[in-house]
Design a protein around this ligand. Structure first.
Ligand code: GAR
Length: 221
């Protein structure tokens, strides 16, 4: 079984809580992915230390050394991914925009998580924008990456309620809990080849394709 596991690189820029959720899930012997590399564009990303403590190989490609040349930065990323024989790339709070050429190399092999119910609220400040717009539901989405920011076929979404006394921080904390549930699950589905893409639609061939209710969140796979 071990040899058939997909080799995954997780790309981070910061604390790496989604990365940690995936590392924890990947400890299960039947999880279909092996986390082979954690790579950060920031040398001081807290998640690098966490990954090293889990015994995972880490690399840093500091975007500041590339003086805005995105293609050269992306080529450096690609070199590391190739060197570690990576099958799937997982963006987990990786806050760099990737070039269309790089994205094309990883079509349907690169996942991202975004803290909104896409296609609403792409970009930054999603939680405050959901509050300012008066949303009753907010949430998070795991999607295959396409060249446009925060776009691509959606693999999993979770919706959570927006409460009357919510601040951006309290809403972000509720959504983050849901992120930690759906991201390992979405990666599991992709790594076990249960996912196919038709245009913008993702088909999931699994019993786990279901709606399940948790205490304060609705998880929709
Ligand atoms: C997460 O909330 C993730 O959804 C968001 O950054 C945070 C990273 O937290 N990603 C984006 O906004 C991407 N557009 P983490 O480092 O603790 O996983």
């Amino acid at each position: 079984m071990a040899s058939s596991k997909k080799r995954v690189a997780i790309l981070i820029s910061g604390r790496g809580s989604n990365m940690t959720a995936i590392l924890d899930a990947a400890k299960a012997s039947d999880y279909p992915a092996k986390i082979a590399l954690v790579l950060s564009n920031k040398p001081d990303a807290k998640g690098l230390e966490t990954a090293a403590n889990h015994g995972i190989a880490t690399e840093v490609v500091d975007h500041r050394s590339f003086k805005g040349d995105r293609k050269v930065f992306d080529a450096a990323l690609h070199k590391h991914l190739t060197a570690h024989r990576i099958d799937l790339v997982v963006l987990a709070g990786f806050m760099r925009i990737l070039s269309a050429d790089f994205v094309a190399k990883w079509t349907d092999k690169m996942l991202n998580i975004h803290p909104s119910l896409l296609p609403s609220f792409k970009g930054l400040d999603t939680h405050q924008r959901a509050l300012d717009t008066g949303c009753r539901l907010a949430g998070c989405s795991v999607h295959f990456v396409r060249a446009d920011m925060d776009s691509g076929p959606i693999i999993a979404q979770a919706a959570v309620p927006v409460l009357d006394n919510d601040t951006a921080d309290s809403l972000a904390a509720r959504i983050l809990k849901a992120e930690h549930t759906i991201y390992p699950h979405a990666l599991e589905l992709v790594a076990s080849d249960k996912v196919s893409v038709q245009g913008m639609r993702v088909r999931i061939n699994s019993d786990a394709n279901m709606l399940c209710a948790h205490q304060d969140q609705q998880l929709i796979f």
